[in-house]
Design a protein around this ligand. Structure first.
Ligand SMILES: Cc1ncc(COP(=O)(O)O)c(C=O)c1O
Length: 421
């Protein structure tokens, strides 16, 4: 059995020396002295043993918990027979997952293009839309985030594209305010936009909820002006909303749906761009036009097929409803006790954002939560909102403990902002 021996201080030293000095130092300066050791279920432990309830879940990567036993068993069994495979040929794993995604996504989408991560899958979506429409421009929302790779990073906030000079040529990547159909129409009306890439509930922006009719309005504008609708379901998919895909709540049939993170079961990286007949047209004309060696690794496909199966079990759907309702009730009570500080709860299933009155307050709450044994991160693009991402399989005892730790942390943060232990 592999047992790597390294002390926490050696990990930190090596990380500063050879991994990412800025990131390593930043967390230390922010009072988050964490190096991941043991992990199980919805708990993670620092190498020195500090226990944290995981309310970050890497954006849903650990929807089914850390080291979910069924996922591990599936991967172990698959390893007796398979490996990554050869991406040029059809295979059992890819055929199985593609069929499963075809069956479980909206009727408008059909073919799956596999990738190793969400950004690559977003890039593939943009490529498909450009091929299908013969247009180059892409529209996304202000304060959006769709990943860090070549095309995906250009869609997001300048915080991400700027450092790497990746904003694209002027006018190529257009950003419009969320929940503003007039701006969206203006951007699309020149009939030169390949697609709109939009998260159903934008995570990094702090989960602002789409207003009634907004997403359907965007879809109708796409149809009117000949652009494709790309639903980024990287954080909102896989039952987090209470339906398999967040977009199902809004009755939008996307031209392209992107899923990643949780599809991996937290065990084997895999992502998928599921495209309509039109968006996938190139695959009938020139199937070798897009290639990814690790995209659709057979082991990943087998794991992802299991993830889809588990996530759709009636008992899991019921549990998501239960956890959503139970945590909402508990959080509402806490909110009533701190009405001047804790001012809003944004929610669609277990997709949740806790809103505090002041800018940067979510950073304070994050630090107090950390000190009290909960890991949840503030929204990078709206620092008054804490991203609060419970898992799909939580039980009542976990929720009770979580609410207790949350109340303590919110109380402390409201009395003692900018506290670092
Ligand atoms: C909404 C959304 N889209 C795309 C991505 C990119 O996924 P990845 O980090 O796997 O490349 C992320 C990652 O956080 C995301 O939150």
């Amino acid at each position: 059995m592999l047992k790597v021996k390294m002390s926490k201080s050696e990990v930190l030293e090596n990380s500063i020396k050879s991994w990412n000095p800025g990131k390593t130092r930043q967390w230390q300066e922010d009072g988050i002295d964490f190096v991941m050791g043991e992990r199980r279920g919805y708990y993670v432990f620092d190498m020195h043993g500090k226990e944290l309830m995981n309310l970050h879940l890497n954006g849903g990567t650990f929807n089914l918990g850390h080291r979910n036993p069924e996922i591990i068993e599936t991967l172990k069994d698959a390893m007796d027979e398979f490996d990554i495979g050869n991406h040029h040929f059809p295979s059992i794993g890819r055929a199985m997952l593609a069929e499963s995604l075809d069956r479980s996504t909206p009727k408008s989408v059909r073919y799956s293009i596999f990738a190793a991560g969400g950004s690559e899958a977003i890039d593939a979506a943009i490529k498909c839309a450009r091929y299908a429409t013969k247009r180059k421009k892409v529209v996304s929302i202000q304060n959006g985030y769709h990943g860090h790779s070549g095309l995906a990073v250009s869609l997001g906030h300048v915080r991400y594209s700027g450092p790497f000079l990746s904003q694209g040529e002027p006018g190529l990547f257009i950003q419009v305010p969320f929940n503003d159909l007039d701006s969206m129409e203006k951007a699309l009306s020149y009939e030169d936009v390949a697609c709109v890439v939009i998260e159903t509930v934008p995570a990094t922006y702090g989960f602002p909820m789409p207003e009634e009719g907004y997403l359907m309005g965007v879809k109708q504008l796409c149809e009117k002006y000949g652009s494709l609708y790309v639903a980024d379901e990287v954080q909102t998919g896989l039952m987090r909303s209470g339906k398999l895909w967040g977009i199902e709540h809004y009755d939008v049939e996307p031209d392209i749906l992107v899923t990643a993170k949780g599809l991996s079961g937290g065990i084997y990286p895999i992502a998928a761009t599921v495209v309509s007949e039109k968006a996938g047209g190139w695959m009938n004309e020139d199937g070798l036009a897009h290639i990814s060696t690790f995209g659709g690794a057979e082991l990943g496909c087998i794991v992802a097929t299991k993830v889809l199966e588990i996530s759709q079990r009636p008992e899991v759907v019921k549990n998501v409803e239960y956890v959503s309702r139970y945590l909402r009730t508990g959080l509402e009570q806490i909110k009533q006790r701190y009405p001047d500080y804790f001012v809003g709860i944004r929610q669609l299933g277990v997709i949740m954002g806790l809103e505090f009155r002041e800018k940067d307050a979510a950073k304070d709450v994050m630090r107090h939560l950390y000190n009290n044994g909960v890991w949840a991160i503030y929204s990078m693009l709206d620092t008054k909102v804490l991203q609060f991402k419970p898992g799909l399989l939580l039980d009542k005892a976990y929720c009770d403990e979580l609410l207790e730790r949350c109340e303590k942390s919110i109380k402390e943060a409201s009395q003692q902002p900018a506290f670092i232990n």
